[in-house]
Write a protein that binds this ligand. Structure first.
Ligand SMILES: [Zn+2]
Ligand SMILES: [Zn+2]
Length: 334
């Protein structure tokens, strides 16, 4: 099979021929139909994640079909449409798993980091890492929903906001363009915030009720004048952007960060105390959360905007993602 691997961290991707992997007991083999490129793939490419065994095939936004089933797997059969996201499996026995909190498993696996991921024609994954893809969803559309989608959908649905509440989505990119659609579909008064004024039309197309051009106005002041945000979803990995908008929270508001900036975040504590505000984060979710994301996306027509690339074009696709040249997700189609 053809696969794209990181042979040495910091080096360009290498397109290689490999044997098609066989599923071990408890595993499933997936024919990859599409794999999104996520900013977190930089952990593999640049060697920023401890303990990765190289060469490693990245990719944790995988949509495909079950092609072979290992021993002891009961819930999947050949031909099932499945996705594999960031959460690549769990141990079932640690304290978190015993409480059913699989996403914080102490020995959790990450797809494309702990084992080879979806930048390839085939991959194997533990049976508990798979999510079912509804028939209505195209593989290319489903792929980005398995990380960018679940992270925005699952963080918003677990946030303390109700229909009608003011919810701001900071950043209109890979995560943000989905966040706007989910916020709208959830019934929130949705504010898109971007430093690129050219994203205004698109933000309204995606369902935003308001657009704030953070290069021209003070987004915090604007949000306060609208009553203050119940949730600000931080989707752009920029401390400057997050710090400049934190002051836009209202009473009981939460700055919910799902992107990870390289630097530490600094916020004014006074309103946190005075108005019971908070700063928090959210990990993506379990495979069943992925399935909820896919089902809701099919139900409410939440669709990622993507550009597709072949495996041979992985380097260009990755660079386009890093430089923000792609609208809005690069998806590899083997
Ligand atoms: Zn990701
Ligand atoms: Zn565990």
């Amino acid at each position: 099979m053809k696969a794209v691997q990181v042979t040495e961290p910091g080096e360009p991707f290498e397109v290689v021929d490999r044997d098609v992997p066989d599923p071990d007991p408890g595993e499933v083999r997936v024919v990859v139909e599409a794999c999104g490129i996520c900013h977190s793939d930089a952990f593999v490419k640049e060697g920023q994640w401890p303990g990765i065994d190289y060469p490693r095939v990245p990719g944790h936004e995988v949509a495909g079909r079950v092609d072979a089933v290992g021993d002891d797997v009961t819930e999947w059969t050949e031909g099932d449409r499945v996705g594999v996201g960031w959460h690549g499996g769990h141990c079932f026995t640690c304290d978190a798993c015993r409480r059913g909190d699989f996403i914080t498993c102490e020995h959790g696996a990450v797809t494309g980091i702990s084992y080879d991921g979806g930048y390839a024609e085939y991959m194997t994954a533990p049976h508990e890492a798979l999510a079912r893809i509804p028939e209505e969803l195209d593989a290319v559309d489903a792929a980005p929903l398995l990380c960018a989608g679940i992270t925005t959908f699952n963080s918003l649905r677990n946030a303390d906001a109700r229909p009608g509440d003011l919810v701001a989505v900071q950043g209109v990119g890979g995560l943000g363009h989905l966040g706007i659609q989910y916020a709208r579909a959830a019934g929130f008064e949705t504010v898109a915030v971007s430093t690129s004024p050219d994203k205004e039309d698109l933000a309204y197309e995606l369902g935003a009720d308001h657009f704030l051009d953070a290069s021209a106005v003070d987004p915090a002041e604007e949000l306060r004048s609208m009553g203050g945000a119940k949730v600000i979803l931080g989707t752009a990995p920029s401390t400057d952007a997050m710090e400049s908008i934190a002051g836009g929270l209202g009473v009981d508001g939460t700055l919910l960060t799902i992107a990870v900036p390289g630097d530490e975040l600094s916020v004014n504590v006074q309103p946190l105390v005075q108005e019971r505000q908070s700063v928090g984060g959210w990990p993506s979710g379990t495979p069943r959360d992925s399935e909820d994301t896919l089902e809701f996306s099919a139900l409410r027509d939440v669709t990622p905007r993507v550009e597709t690339f072949s495996l041979d074009e992985a380097e260009a696709a990755y660079e386009a993602m890093l430089n923000g040249d792609v609208r809005f997700r690069s998806v590899l189609v083997p």
